[in-house]
Design a protein around this ligand. Structure first.
Ligand code: SF4
Length: 220
């Protein structure tokens, strides 16, 4: 028997390791959709992994006024939409439908990167009517998700805030925040920083079951 021949007739594993969602849910804002109802080509290998795509976008604004009374922040900014951490319970999944994508697998595989965010923030802070109150980074998605390691937009936003003495709040699950210790320390000394870290679990066994994501090593 040749090497691997014994596995030839085993069912193809379609589980998407490293992902929270396993399929795309319907976007309620999109009228038409295409679906695959039956998988007939039983000999076809089904792709079990879904690679992350980074999509550059250029929004007109970066700071949002938060109107919701149940969220403890007045303003927020999100350098990325979608979040590769892919927590299945994430409330930001539903907001991803506004961008025309699914709240399921799309949310954690199609990451929108707001390339012009630092320029927009600078313009916003220079507005004569702006009276500094804290702006929350990660109001919707995690600003230290894996995309940050490639694009460093959160870092650039912090540098702008530091320059303008703009108070900032941060909430993250990712240890990558430590890469910005220098600027964060400067801001902390000026008392314009509040940083919160969400720790998934201290239970090593539980964490080993939770290795949904390739970036897990970076998640606290
Ligand atoms: S890290 Fe936060 S923003 Fe990202 S998927 Fe998890 S809960 Fe949502």
């Amino acid at each position: 028997m040749k090497e691997n021949e014994e596995h030839e007739n085993e069912p193809v594993d379609t589980y998407k390791y490293g992902r929270g969602a396993q399929f795309n849910t319907k976007n309620k804002f999109i009228k038409n959709e295409s679906t695959r109802e039956h998988i007939e080509g039983i000999d076809e290998r089904i792709e079990a992994d879904v690679k992350t795509q980074y999509i550059e976008v250029f929004p007109k604004t970066i700071v949002n006024k938060v109107e919701s009374p149940d969220v403890g922040m007045m303003y927020s900014m999100n350098p990325y939409q979608g979040c590769e951490h892919g927590c299945i319970y994430c409330y930001a999944r539903n907001s991803f439908e506004y961008w025309g994508y699914s709240a399921g697998l799309d949310f954690e595989t199609k990451i929108l990167v707001k390339k012009n965010a630092p320029d927009l923030l600078r313009k916003f802070l220079m507005h004569p009517k702006w009276e500094p109150v804290p702006i929350m980074l990660s109001g919707n998605t995690d600003c230290y998700q894996p995309a940050e390691q490639k694009f460093r937009i959160t870092r650039k936003l912090l540098e702008v805030c530091n320059e303008f003495n703009q108070p900032v709040g941060i909430l993250t699950k990712n240890a990558w925040i430590l890469k910005d210790k220098d600027v964060l320390q400067e801001m902390a000394k000026k008392k314009i920083l509040s940083a919160m870290v969400s720790i998934t679990s201290f239970d090593a066994l539980l964490l080993s079951y939770d290795q949904r994501n390739a970036c897990y090593g970076q998640i606290l």
